[in-house]
Design a protein around this ligand. Structure first.
Ligand code: SF4
Length: 335
């Protein structure tokens, strides 16, 4: 985790909440810089609640799972408007807030407020499945894993216990080559004793992700500006910036792509495709590049952006890949 309270320091619920939201389905390595940037820009709930949503989306760009950023902002507003700027302390009230599910509510209640809450993330899941050699495959095994975790959770210092279990999973009881001989739980661990740790938790067979395809249009005007638009606030990549394009579908017909171009232009299809994998599907985008005369007005709902400022837009990784293909270089990095 990017944030830990030093011994004797009362945890700051804002920092615990921020780090837990950012760490949902994202690695510590990826989160670290974003966490520090958010704290610098918005050090507390009031500051974040008062920030324009566009600025929050821009600061989040590149971290993925963008509904988290919208929920983060919505949650900060509710905390300020309805809870006097302080997070509620119990699991039930926490869970009613945007972006806070079963795991996150338990983690905040335990770590920030010392409540006895059962915290089960993927690391804890792995440790518990190995301790008890739980042979049922995931996700069905989640119920019994949770029951076992409940039995293990102490009445006092549940936050320290949760963090210790998560750290053990991340650093010792790793997916591959767990360090069983160094593990403080070795004497109590069924899989550790049997040498079968890597077989747990039992995973279901992987289903192939369905493929969707589409096209995207990179139009550069003679003054160097590029045509962009903002996606609708709800849904996949909601509120993020993008180059205009077609819908993404399993039935995409590439020969009809140009009928969806935002304007008529000298469109040229670039070699290759941009590939990206979302949670529920894989995507392949064909990229068309074109040029437009100086003074061409942007179609309704679109805007021209100075090329050198594209990297400052709330640009998701997918669109960075598109820009990189057009420019023939590595994806734009944010400062
Ligand atoms: Fe994991 Fe091995 Fe420790 Fe068991 S003994 S908890 S399998 S690292």
């Amino acid at each position: 985790m990017p944030w830990r309270a030093p011994p004797g320091v009362v945890p700051d619920p804002y920092k615990v909440w921020l780090s837990e939201i950012m760490l949902q389905q994202t690695t510590v390595q990826a989160v670290k810089g974003y966490y520090e940037k958010f704290l610098r820009l918005w050090p507390d709930f009031a500051a974040l609640a008062g920030a324009p949503i566009d600025e929050v989306m821009k600061a989040w760009a590149g971290l993925g799972y963008y509904s988290r950023a919208r929920n983060l902002h919505a949650c900060a507003k509710i905390v300020v408007d309805e809870h006097g700027g302080k997070l509620p302390v119990d699991v039930g009230s926490l869970r009613s807030l945007p972006g806070i599910g079963a795991y996150t509510s338990a983690a905040i209640a335990a770590i920030a407020f010392g409540k006895r809450a059962v915290v089960v993330d993927a690391n804890v899941e792995r440790v518990v499945a190995r301790l008890f050699e739980i042979r049922e495959p995931l996700p069905g095994a989640k119920t019994v894993i949770r029951q076992k975790a409940e039995l293990l959770t102490p009445g006092r210092r549940a936050g320290d216990f949760a963090q210790a279990m998560m750290d053990l999973g991340a650093g010792v009881c790793t997916v591959k080559k767990p360090a069983c001989l160094l593990c403080p739980l070795h004497d109590f661990c069924a899989a550790g004793a049997a040498g079968t740790a890597e077989s747990f938790p039992v995973k279901p067979p992987k289903a192939a992700k369905p493929l969707r395809r589409g096209a995207v249009f990179f139009l550069r005007r003679a003054d160097g500006k590029v045509l962009m638009r903002t996606r609708l606030p709800k849904g996949l990549l909601g509120g993020m910036a993008e180059f205009p394009g077609t819908d993404w579908s399993a039935n995409f017909k590439s020969r009809q792509a140009l009928s969806h171009a935002p304007v008529e232009a000298n469109w040229k299809k670039l070699p290759g495709v941009v590939k990206h994998v979302f949670t529920h599907f894989a995507l392949e985008l064909s990229v068309y590049s074109g040029s437009a005369p100086r003074g061409l007005r942007a179609p309704k709902g679109m805007r021209w952006v100075v090329n050198s400022r594209i990297a400052e837009e709330a640009l998701p990784t997918l669109m960075r890949k598109v820009a990189a293909l057009v420019e023939g270089k590595a994806p734009y990095k944010r400062s």
